[in-house]
Design a protein around this ligand. Sequence first.
Ligand SMILES: Nc1ncnc2c1ncn2[C@@H]1O[C@H](COP(=O)(O)OP(=O)(O)OP(=O)(O)O)[C@@H](O)[C@H]1O
Ligand SMILES: [Mg+2]
Length: 224
Amino acid sequence: MSKGLFITGTGTDVGKTYVTALLIKTLRQAHYNAAYYKAAISGAPSVAAGDAGYVNRTAQINEPENLLVPYTFTHAVSPHLASKLEGITIEKETILNGWKQVTARYPYVTVEGSGGIICPIRHDTTACYNLEDIIQWFHLPCIIVGTIGLGSINSFVLTAHYMQSKHLPVKGLIINRYHGGIMEDDNIAMITERTGLPVLAVVKEGDTSLSADPHKLAALYEGV
Ligand SMILES: Nc1ncnc2c1ncn2[C@@H]1O[C@H](COP(=O)(O)OP(=O)(O)OP(=O)(O)O)[C@@H](O)[C@H]1O
Ligand SMILES: [Mg+2]
């Protein structure tokens, strides 16, 4: 049976893809056959130029990228809007079929969300899907990635509390773009105290590996 993990963030552009690539690379180097899935990517001229292409190359998954993402949009807006602008209907069945294919081939699949935790995937008179639905369809535990610095206490704690209020299981946090110093260290202490969540890894600017035990990382994934 395949296991999965959902990577959300405190917002867009906080390093979900960057960190996910390092996470999968770390697992693969420790001989865990790990792969990637993202339901919808916006703002990418091609699959290869988007998040799936970046992770595929950085973590050396070496799969045809279409397997890793069913929907790619050129407009750099939320998938629910990008799909409307591009005349494409996002179907639950297509997202689930893509998920079945990738989980049939890989025992560890890391799923990246779009934007932060509140991101509409489809919103019309026939259906509304949000990221929370995808997490529930796939039965995934989650981790929250965010940059550390001014404003990060607010964004991490709000994200964690929102997810807890929706009964989404959050396993911990990954701190990105850590430079050190009294403010960033205090931010981390405030965030862990207020969320009750552990820091699973700290990523610095330009890091090319994740300083975390791959076996502990693999243990975060749960059967789907
Ligand atoms: N620790 C880091 N060191 C160097 N560059 C980084 C780091 N973290 C993120 N970046 C860069 O910041 C930019 C945004 O990161 P990334 O694409 O991973 O964000 P994201 O949260 O996945 O965004 P989206 O919401 O669009 O999926 C990218 O150019 C990425 O390479
Ligand atoms: Mg991304």
